[in-house]
Design a protein around this ligand. Sequence first.
Ligand code: SF4
Length: 255
Amino acid sequence: MSFGVTMLRPAANNPATKPELTAKLKAVVAAKSAEVLALLKTAIAEFGSNYEVTFANSMGAEDMVLTDIILRNQLPIEIFSLDTGRLPAETYDLIAEVEKTYDTRLKIFFPRSETIEEYVRSHGINAFYESVDLRKACCHMRKVEPLGRALKGKKVWITGMRAAQAETRADLPVREFDAGNKLEKFNPLSSWSEAEVWAYIRLHKVPYNALHDQFYPSIGCAPCTRAIAVGEDVRAGRWWWEDPNSKECGIHAKK
Ligand code: SF4
């Protein structure tokens, strides 16, 4: 099976990234931002102020909101990202822009090269299109395993997930115990809408991935992410060839 990825991405003007900044929306975003800051401070107070709290930054729009709140308030929270080796060029550009804007250096974790080599030699360079099992194996070696190393020794894992993003996230709590990784997991943006995320980004002039303006609401690896049509589910562009109920990479799997 083969899925061609469009190499030329025309400039587009996705209206979802530019919500009308009404007084009501601004007020909601201000209130929710204050709640997020309070929650992050609670995590630090309960679990440690020496970077035992870590934030997994996938560089998506939601994660840019959290990045801004953490760095703007100089919170002692580590920020890390996973470079799967298959990210779009725009995501690398954003990493560089974030580091420049906030005068910081993100902690990047990479997959183990020997595992990638073995998989590619056995199954092929784009084997993730062939079956759900091969796709999940790819996500495991490029995301789940490096994530385990990133979370090692940490007490709290902050994520930018929202309940409205996917069927698989509908009951997402603000705070839960992650039995698989044996740490607390905070999802501060759980109740946020897409419009609220973008209102925050616009109001605070936060850097964001250029692909969002080209109808990519959810951005992962380049070969497994496509633009969506107006009205489609925001996660429709991720692993679009699979059933919606299988569309998680394993990073947020319940164990
Ligand atoms: S999103 Fe695609 S390329 Fe990235 S790790 Fe998963 S299967 Fe592999």
